[in-house]
Ligand binder design. Structure first.
Ligand code: OVV
Length: 393
């Protein structure tokens, strides 16, 4: 006997998103899979089912789109990603190229450049003392180091955040904010693709390495351009938001900040814990390729499943005292980067960015305090802050 538990919770409403964790607990209490009446979608919120859905790509497909929109019934807003919004065998081929390009070896060589940018941003922030950390300290870091690593020309970065807002806005339901933004989609979509072409990129960099894979026939030239676009889609807003949220965690937990300041070698662990505790990536979607019985419910073919990785990171069945932000936690089984064949391909680069940023902060900064309320961004596809006033010296 299968059953269907339903809820009228709206995980995309501003109220829910402002503080999703108590609502996630309500959803978990309802059962391992719940039908959300408002959107006509399924939702999983427990660590076990989140991991199970993410690792079963033969049923829970990505070809139906990474967001709420169902590509099996609605045309995608942009040429779909050939890695995020693709299943094997296409995905296997494209993922292999990106995996190699952002391999541990490649990432190791980036540390020094990341360090120089982080040091200089933190030095400048220290001169000011009081500032809004999001626009003036956090944003400029990934927005500099990531496009530099890809090999984007220095003078063509102004639309990156607009493009990123479109990508992650398209993950959620349509809102007046998103519809207004999408008026620029044709122009910004063309702009980004033009700058992902081989001759628009520097001769050395992640972009050039992707295009080199077209020379061996592993991928086509058009696929190379789309894979560069994937890096720029997934690599900027995500790390801005993760670092911003991690910084807020440290400000909200002064005891943890003091631990880090007294031992900057905890920087990587602090960023890792923040990625569990308050990940920029809270929700992913899968679409079923066929009807399936899952965790006691009958899911139909081509139905959307919302996968709450943010809730999985707080599931008491998996974590001791999950609502405690503890940078000394021995953290294994991270879910904040997703899992399975679509798990974040450049997560080692993201971790390096976080480690370098917080190590530099811990080394240079003595006191770190809030200087006003933080504010959450409207974009429903990615959790992040628009403002975080801080005082430091
Ligand atoms: C992981 C991710 C997020 C957003 C966009 C893409 C990937 C992409 O491949 O375009």
């Amino acid at each position: 006997m299968t059953s269907r538990v339903t809820s009228d919770l709206d995980p995309f409403s501003p109220e829910f998103r402002a503080d999703p964790y108590p609502r996630y607990a309500e959803l978990r209490a309802l059962g391992p899979i719940v039908w959300l009446d408002r959107y006509g979608i399924w939702v999983v919120s427990h660590y076990e089912q989140v991991r199970a859905v993410l690792t079963d790509w033969e049923i829970f497909s990505n070809a139906g789109g990474g967001g709420l929109a169902n590509y099996f019934t609605t045309p995608p807003w942009r040429p779909p990603s050939i890695i995020l919004e693709a299943d094997p065998p296409l995905h296997t081929r494209t993922r292999a190229v990106l995996m190699r390009v952002v391999s541990a070896m490649a990432v190791r060589g980036m540390r020094h450049g990341f360090q120089q940018v982080a040091d200089s941003l933190i030095d400048r922030a220290l001169v000011r003392g009081t500032l809004d950390a999001i626009p003036d300290l956090v944003q400029p870091f990934p927005l500099t180091v990531f496009p530099d690593a890809v090999g984007l020309a220095k003078d063509v970065r102004e639309n990156l955040l607009t493009y990123g807002a479109m990508v992650f806005g398209a993950f959620g339901p349509s809102t007046p904010w998103h519809e207004e933004l999408m008026l620029q989609a044709p122009a910004v979509g063309d702009w980004i693709l033009a700058h992902c072409a081989r001759d628009a990129l520097t001769p050395v960099g992640l972009g050039a390495s992707i295009h080199a894979a077209a020379d061996t026939g592993e991928i086509t030239a058009e696929e190379a351009t789309l894979l560069v676009r994937s890096l720029l889609s997934a690599g900027v807003d995500t790390t801005i938001d993760s670092i911003g949220l991690a910084l807020r965690c440290l400000i909200d937990h002064p005891d943890q900040w003091r631990l880090l300041r007294d031992d900057p070698s905890l920087a990587r662990a602090a960023f890792e814990e923040a990625t569990r505790y308050d990940s920029s990536s809270q929700s992913l979607f899968r679409t079923t390729l066929r009807a399936v019985e899952f965790a006691g419910s009958d899911i139909g073919k081509h139905e959307k499943v919302l996968v709450l990785v943010g809730s999985a990171g707080r599931d008491p069945a998996r974590w001791d005292d999950p609502d405690r932000f503890d940078i000394r936690r021995k953290l294994t089984g991270q879910i904040g980067y997703g899992a399975g064949i679509h798990g974040c391909v450049a997560q080692m680069m993201a971790r390096l960015e976080g480690e370098v940023f917080f190590q530099s902060l811990a080394t240079k900064v003595k006191t770190l305090d809030s200087a006003g309320p933080s504010a959450l961004r409207l974009n429903p596809g990615l959790r992040g802050l628009t403002q975080l006033p801080i005082a430091m010296n």
